[in-house]
Design a protein. Sequence first.
Length: 327
Amino acid sequence: MKTALLVGGGLIGFSFAQRFVDAGWQVRMTDVRAELADAVAQEFGDKVRFSTNLEDLTDSVDFVQEAGLESLEFKHKIFARLAGLTDAAILASSTSAILPSKSAADNPAAERIVIGHPFTPPALMPVLEVVPGPETAPETVERALEVYRELGFEPSAMKKEIPGFVGNRIQKVDMWEAISLVQQGVIDAKDLDTILRNSLGLRYAATGPFESNRLGGGPEGIKSTIEHIAGAWETEPVAGVPDMSHLDEVYAQVDVPTATTPRPSSPAPAAAMRCCAASSTCALHTSAYSARGVIRGAGCAGRPRHQGSPRAGRRGCHLPPGADRRP
């Protein structure tokens, strides 16, 4: 049986642990917080072995998924330790911002280090970006893709590293334009969300921007779309630039509870926060997605047994009290 090691018992770590368990792997988890042992035992029983001592868990490991602090110092140190404690295991990081070349700098196992970046909530989102560093071996990328597919993701491999990877770079352009339009008084935040959700949101759920424009171009494909419509966008409209020093009005418009995005008026009980996708935001995400027919009860990783309240979800997707809640 293949063995996976999760380094970090927060949002991402618990989600990956459940995915590995569901795929039939032996699973181990390490975290400096000894109190997580009870949460791990409660969620996974004897299916996940927990220890605060990394050295106790690295023998015969096939795949390591690091999901710890979003800190270059931490990443550099933990991968240096893992290099000395493992022989052939893939060493993957869930980081959303730190380049693999930086995490693997001066590391003798640099050819085994790769980024495996999911999106929140990872138990619902199939996307996963596999990002190689300059020294990452092609075999490492291929093996990582195989493992992530086995876990139920639909992974995509980047050809080289770049700050922000792909998803967050596109997300930044989208968000910056949205903020700029609200700040210019062109539209309210709520109506902008409505437009995007009911246009590109629906379209891109079925087709990406390239395929969408290929289809929109008719027999001549994307070339026709660019030449007859999008070509003029090179000069007009000009992309907006938000004023990031004056965001109070944007915050005031966005941070308002709605029927489909409930926000607790007081801190939620720990049990309520240990919800479906191992995320403090997942109860809100899942409620909104369900209300809008996005998941229709399919639930975690498309498993039909997730319906109703967050606690009706599959076990193991729950965030332990005090665990990492980074976006």
